[in-house]
Design a protein around this ligand. Sequence first.
Ligand code: UDP
Length: 381
Amino acid sequence: MKYDYLIVGAGLFGAVFAYEMKQKGRTCCVIDRRDHIAGNIYTKKQSGIDVHVYGPHIFHTSKKEIWDYVNRFAEFNNFINMPVASYKDELYNLPFNMNTFSRMWNIKTPREAQDIIASQIADLNITEPKNLEEQALSLVGRDVYEKLIKGYTEKQWGRKCTELPAFIIKRLPLRFTYNNNYFNDRYQGIPMGGYTQIVEKMLEGIDTYTGEDYLDIRDRITTEGEGNYNTTLKNGTAISYDKLLFTGQIDEYYDAKLGNLEYRSVRFETEELPMENYQGSAIVNYTEAEVPYTRCIEHKHFDFGTQPTTVISREYSSEWKPGVEPYYPVNNEKNNSLYEEYKKLADAEENVIFGGRLGHYKYYDMDKVIEAALECVKEER
Ligand code: UDP
């Protein structure tokens, strides 16, 4: 078969790109090395519950056009993310808001909370926060930092807060109202029936092959044939295409010839428990260093499930190494400047486009992935 595009990676970026290209009359072939589509937003039913197999995904956006776009592919419920933080024997609401401060300092009013935080910030002398620790301390003061940020962040990233970029913590709102909504965005929800259907619908009518690793098939690429590139999939299908969209790790594409970019991976210990409700919240973060996992997910609460049993996943964070799934780019200075070098190679490619969290080496949320993919489509003539 001859295609305009070979798309490597059946995640959200690849699927939006393929869907849009199909509307424009272009042909795409999508391959993915895993045995399923949807990348890390993949969800799978277990005892009637949609399990977020690669970690909790809550769709949120401030842009109406992105919300309308994603709603074309699934109906969303009215889930609002209100995670709880567990620090030793204390429970706190997230994000940092009046409920958190009231529990922390036994106070009631915004003025009291602001005064305490101001007094904790006063003698720090931080003008321009250089790293995550300084950013966090100068936003919320020492108590919140020590109890709710330091341990969690160092577990999640496997690095000291002084060695992490400040922007990571800016993702989290800080408010002086009694509002536990984790996000500030106007639109939020979970697709009823899970995320996989979204990618399924986007890929409807598009040739999609799972269990196909581009890095294996590229050894067989030749330039003799119908398209610019010709090769055979592992399943024997001969394909030819003019252009490649690669949504895997950009450094892996270049055989790490300039050095390895760092990523974080996560591992889940998932179990089904014979009870209706285990923790009363979709997400509980364990913010002290002593608990080995970062958070515990109770999947049914993403969709207000009433099943007789429950499925929970404890999330353990680790450094990425070959053979495990990459989840998060580690966007510190060292990696960002190495990425810039790879990007120069990428920009010089005539027939290769990179996309997604791994291809752009960027800590994208789902809405930003969709935006980036739509942008990328616009740039294709
Ligand atoms: N964070 C924290 N304590 C928490 C939750 C988050 O310190 O209980 C910090 C941590 O540094 C984390 C960042 O906030 O990396 C962003 O968290 P978010 O929940 O956005 O991460 P994600 O859901 O993408 O893993």
